[in-house]
Design a protein around this ligand. Structure first.
Ligand SMILES: [Mg+2]
Length: 431
């Protein structure tokens, strides 16, 4: 009697019937021949490490710009930057950056409001929890806490960074990025005269930048754009960004920009004016691109439905992090709307997150991903971000985490304040 018939007999059939059941479908084989055909045991599945935030260090640094950067809402000479270092209970750590500025002139947030929001409301949401990965962090931070997208994004993107360190996976691959390098453009601040802007644009082209973006404001717009177009020729990708400096009453004036054949006109009207933006878009042949208006995926959906713009500038800080950025990216990809990654005068840490995001497939237009030397005499990361002669920035796809190291010694020298937030000792499980 084989081992099989004996097993069936033991669960209740008679000895004779059990033998029939087993012998009919299977030829009689010795127990040793069954053993030799059995597949080898599967290796145990690797245990996926959870994220259990234990400590968040907040740090403000003052990083001097090489030259003042002027846009329609103000000028910046020294960048106040809020950095976070997230550490999990098993000792893994990563740096992240909050892109809020010193003043509430881009969104209502500032470094100081972000610091408060992270300490008082957002970090306590994450402490004490066991997170399977970073995808659920956005929803955790959004529940009953309105706004504060840049503060939320700093933590949320930090969790993505921490996951990439824990899983030993490059951040770009964790996000689903497909590009090995991304094209970059330059953003040129408002200059004192069109000739000065033309000089800057020509120098940028010579350096290899793939797109020239000029900041404009009333009285420093059409003549400046025309001068640059005349200097660079018809084939260069040239665009203008007004940072919400106009109203719909300026439509007749803005229509003059159609002659300049801009790649796009970015955020000409206020952030909340989707209906007026749709009216302006109907009157202009130049595609409108929205920046400040798009604070989440629902606003992106509204833009598409209303025709308020044809392109979106995705800044992960503005929309609350990577999960929201990917949702907007996917929505736009399905709707045939191109996106690109904007900049917020980030240090090399924030740049690492933007480059990873810009490696997603629908980031089909050059981003504001300038190399470190564009803004800073010395960046806070090593290696510094560089650009090829043809305007491409390499996406780190081999190294786990951000792909750059932080120069902590340099950070210490330019730090103006720090605060360490720590998790309570009791952990609660979270689905
Ligand atoms: Mg903009």
């Amino acid at each position: 009697m084989s081992g099989l018939t004996t097993t069936v007999y033991q669960i209740g059939l008679s000895h004779r019937r059990a033998a029939c059941y087993v012998r009919a479908p299977f030829p009689r084989r010795s127990p040793s021949s069954f053993r030799s055909r059995r597949p080898p045991p599967l290796p145990p599945l690797p245990r996926r490490r959870m994220i259990r935030l234990d400590r968040i260090s907040l740090r403000e640094i003052h990083l001097a710009l090489k030259e003042p950067f002027r846009i329609s809402s103000g000028v910046e000479s020294t960048r106040r930057i809020l950095l976070l270092e997230l550490t999990d209970r098993d000792g893994a750590s990563v740096w992240a950056e909050c892109v809020a500025g010193a003043l509430p002139n881009y969104t209502p947030e500032t470094i100081d409001t972000a610091w408060l929001a992270i300490r008082e409301w957002l970090a306590p949401r994450l402490f004490g929890r066991t997170l399977p990965d970073a995808t659920g962090v956005h929803a955790l931070l959004a529940e009953n806490i309105r706004g504060h997208n840049m503060a939320k994004a700093a933590l949320e993107m930090g969790c993505w960074g921490l996951e990439s360190v824990i899983q030993r996976t490059p951040l770009a691959l964790l996000l689903g990025g497909t590009r090995t390098e991304v094209p970059t453009g330059i953003s040129l601040g408002i200059q004192s005269a069109p000739e000065r802007l033309v000089e800057r644009a020509l120098a940028a082209l010579a350096a290899g930048y793939r797109k020239i973006k000029i900041k404009i404001q009333p009285d420093q717009d059409v003549a400046y754009a025309r001068a640059v177009r005349a200097a660079v020729g018809p084939d260069v990708e040239l665009m203008a960004d007004a940072n919400a400096a106009y109203s719909i009453e300026d439509a007749d004036h803005l229509v003059q920009l159609d002659d300049v054949k801009l790649l796009m006109l970015e955020q000409p009207l206020g952030a909340d004016e989707l209906l007026q933006l749709a009216e302006l878009q109907r009157r202009m042949t130049t595609p409108l691109c929205l920046d400040e208006s798009i604070t989440d995926v629902r606003r992106a959906r509204d833009m598409i439905a209303l025709g308020s713009g044809r392109i979106i500038n995705i800044k992960p800080g503005r929309v609350g992090g990577f999960t929201a950025s990917r949702a907007i990216h996917d929505l736009c990809q399905a709707a045939g709307v191109p996106v690109w990654c904007g900049g917020m005068l980030e240090s090399g840490i924030g740049r690492a997150y933007n480059v990873a995001l810009a490696s997603l497939p629908n980031f089909s237009l050059p981003g504001d991903l300038s190399p470190s030397a564009r803004y800073w005499a010395a960046d806070i990361v090593a290696p510094e971000w560089t650009m090829t002669a043809s305007g491409m920035v390499r996406v780190p796809r081999e190294e786990p985490g951000l792909g750059v190291r932080v120069d902590v010694e340099r950070l210490e020298a330019i730090t103006t304040r720090t605060e360490v937030l720590t998790a309570p000792r009791t952990m609660v499980p979270v689905a």
